[in-house]
Ligand binder design. Structure first.
Ligand SMILES: *Cc1c(COP(=O)(O)O)cnc(C)c1O
Length: 371
């Protein structure tokens, strides 16, 4: 019989051999599979409170915009971000909005990477980096972690002649490890200005307020720096897919050429602007996370489990047989995140939830472990 899938062989090997990204299990999947009604999801670092009520009001008021294409230039969203970051002399021209900050990462790899180039990232860094690099036919250089975090000196030494980009997540997901400003600054001083440094700050709003803007002053000094942030985590808008990159104006002008014309939909733009405008809500979400982290760590310590110190809204927990505990939690209606795909089979990543969700998780975990 004629092989009808011959075209598969013509797909470049770097694409054929890609592994699909493994997202956290959706609540609806588990509900369907196990016929459960009460499910808690602590798997994808979402804000357990959801978005600000002001976002809901803004969305309702904007629903009539659905038949129209969105503002492809995201004028109002960029203006709102520029106003928020005015102190750092950031202008709309420095901002690239993305369909999630993930898309900003993708656009940057599209601009800089291709065959015969490489990009550097750390072991246990966010799983999207190696995938985005491989998808461009570039070589990913994975640098061994240090105490589960990035080894900045080793990242620097791993840079080769053909290296175009370095990815640093701060705090990192899934480990929660964090570098203080002076460490990142030292790295930026040391790295060649011909190398793009992507500083992924998806968890920025979970840092204490006095450190949230540490990195923004560097944009003027280091034109090779790109800072990525998102509305998916503390702002509670993961489903709408909106994030952004802050970068040098000349670089932004080029990235803008590979950006899809209408990459951020109109409801996402409206929601992001309303979310930015409600900083009290962000502040409350931050406090809730601090309290939840304290509650979670105290409970885990009581059960006798180790964690990696985390500066995000999640914690990496050493449970032993990660796959088995994950499964047992699922059967009891709790979704967490297995991290064997990161080479961390003994761990599970737990998102900090609402106080009652954290307590329920701790109770169920204690039952499973018979402690
Ligand atoms: C969640 C996350 C993102 C952001 O994803 P979005 O595409 O903005 O939803 C980026 N980087 C890291 C490290 C993350 O954990």
């Amino acid at each position: 019989m004629k092989n009808q899938l011959q075209f598969i062989d013509s797909i470049p090997f770097h694409v054929r051999s890609l592994a699909a990204y493994q997202p956290g299990k959706p609540i609806s999947d588990l509900a369907r599979e196990l016929n459960l009604t009460h499910i808690i999801k602590l798997a994808s670092n979402e804000n357990p409170r959801g978005p600000s009520p002001k976002v809901q009001a803004a969305l309702s008021a904007a629903i009539h915009e659905l038949p129209r294409y969105p503002d492809g230039n995201a004028y109002a969203l960029k203006a709102a971000l520029a106003a928020r970051y005015k102190r750092f002399a950031l202008k709309p021209e420095h901002i690239i909005p993305g369909n999630g900050s993930n898309e900003v990462l993708e656009m940057l790899t599209q601009v800089f990477l291709g065959p015969n180039t490489s990009a550097v990232f750390s072991q246990y860094a966010f799983a999207v980096y190696p995938l985005a690099i491989q998808a461009r036919g570039a070589e990913g250089i994975e640098v061994p972690a240090k105490a589960y975090g990035h080894d900045l000196a080793a990242l620097l030494s791993a840079i080769r002649q053909d290296t175009r980009m370095v990815f640093i997540a701060n705090p990192n997901n899934p480990t929660g490890t964090y570098f203080a400003a002076q460490d990142i600054e030292q790295f930026l001083d040391a790295v060649s200005p011909s190398i793009i440094v992507i500083l992924d700050e998806a968890y920025n709003e979970y840092l204490s307020p006095e450190h949230r803007d540490d990195s923004l002053v560097w944009l003027a000094r280091f034109p090779n720096l790109v800072i990525c942030r998102t509305f998916s985590k503390a702002y509670g808008l993961a489903s709408l897919r909106v994030g952004y990159g802050l970068m040098n104006e000349a670089l932004a002008a080029i990235v803008n050429r590979v950006r899809q014309p209408f990459n951020v939909n109109s409801l996402a733009q409206v929601a992001a602007i309303a979310a930015l405008d409600d900083q009290d809500y962000v502040s409350d979400s931050y406090s809730l996370n601090c309290a939840g982290m304290t509650q979670m760590l105290a409970g885990l310590q009581k059960i006798g489990l180790d964690t990696i110190p985390s500066r995000g809204n999640f914690v990496l927990l050493r449970v032993g047989d990660g796959a088995s505990i994950y499964q047992q939690l699922l059967e009891r209606g709790i979704i967490v995140r297995p991290v064997a795909n990161y080479g961390l089979p003994e761990f599970l990543r737990i998102t900090i939830g609402l106080p009652e969700e954290n307590q329920h998780f701790l109770n169920v975990l204690e039952q499973i472990l018979h402690r």
